[in-house]
Design a protein around this ligand. Structure first.
Ligand SMILES: [Zn+2]
Length: 299
């Protein structure tokens, strides 16, 4: 996933890879050293006295990357692991159930809200108020109109799209400058920028310039709202979350973001599945449930 690392060849003579790796990573503090090393390209130690074939360089880099990643993975595995439950498109029918379940289970979750939905009924407005009152739920921005589900048209006008997010912020009284873009898996925060579809990039960059952090997701869970029939079972989604955590294949190692939608939890069956997933994670892992406002925890 982190394409920056793969195949990066440099023959810069001044950097010696042995000294780069000689800091004892087991004792490195939680200051991002491990994350940095996980991403950093392998540098080939140039020896000017002999010429080395490209194949040998490629073999060296592959072996070295393998060796380094194994050691960094072992070190990261000893550090805390963080999971982010994120619910999109609320308030919707289903939001009240999420509110009750996270309260009963005492876990922190993140809600990316659509202001337009709140105006659709008194019940949905009440669901929004419950979210805001709940200290285990942080409310973030998912645009006012949800692009009316016409994403390309919406993003073709970055200023109009930006205004829609700004309206949502004011309308819902959002305290955090945190956005998830409708229909796009785009990340812009700190030193990171990853864009899935170019349409959307202009709006995302404009939001970032105005001080918003934009977060996508690593894993998505889908359940049919009306029937409660899951596309992926609790077991499948639990296994995926564990694999992302173990393989460090998420956007940030030791941090995994799960995307769900509020309308997945309309039916009691859907609600049971959510409870089941939380219980399974609590019983079998030491992952801590976090708000997106604390993302990422780097080691
Ligand atoms: Zn959405």
């Amino acid at each position: 996933m982190l394409t920056k690392v793969a195949g990066a060849v440099s023959t810069s003579p001044q950097i010696n890879p042995i000294t780069t790796d000689s800091v004892p990573i087991e004792t490195a503090l939680a200051n991002g050293v491990l994350t940095k090393r996980w991403r950093e390209p392998i540098i080939f130690p140039q020896d000017t006295s002999c010429t080395v074939g490209r194949d040998s360089i490629a073999r060296y880099i592959k072996a070295e990357q393998h060796r380094r990643r194994d050691s960094v993975r072992r070190a990261l595995d000893k550090r805390p692991k963080h999971i982010y439950f994120t619910f999109d498109d609320g308030p919707l029918i289903g939001s009240r159930a999420i509110d009750s379940i996270v309260t009963a289970k005492d876990i922190r979750v993140s809600a990316f809200l659509v202001g337009r939905h709140r105006k659709m009924s008194r019940a949905l407005n009440r669901a929004f108020e419950k979210y805001k009152e709940n200290s285990l739920i942080e409310c973030y921005n998912h645009s006012f109109s949800h692009a009316k589900n016409r994403f390309t048209t919406f993003y073709n006008n970055p200023i109009g799209a930006y205004d829609d997010f700004a309206k949502n912020e004011v309308d819902l009284g959002l305290r955090h400058k945190i956005v998830r873009m409708p229909g796009r898996n785009i990340w812009i925060y700190d030193d990171m920028r990853r864009v899935d579809l170019q349409s959307g990039a202009g709006t995302a960059d404009l939001l970032a310039t105005e001080g918003f952090k934009i977060f996508g997701w690593d894993v998505e869970w889908k359940i049919h709202g009306l029937t409660g029939k899951p596309i992926q079972s609790v077991d499948e989604i639990y296994t995926r979350l564990r694999n992302y955590m173990n393989n460090k294949s998420s956007m940030e190692p030791n941090n995994v973001v799960l995307l769900m939608h509020d309308d997945m939890f309309r039916s009691t069956h859907g609600q049971e599945l959510l409870t089941n997933l939380i219980d399974t994670l609590k019983q079998n892992t030491d992952f801590s449930f976090e708000f997106m406002s604390t993302y990422p925890h780097r080691y």
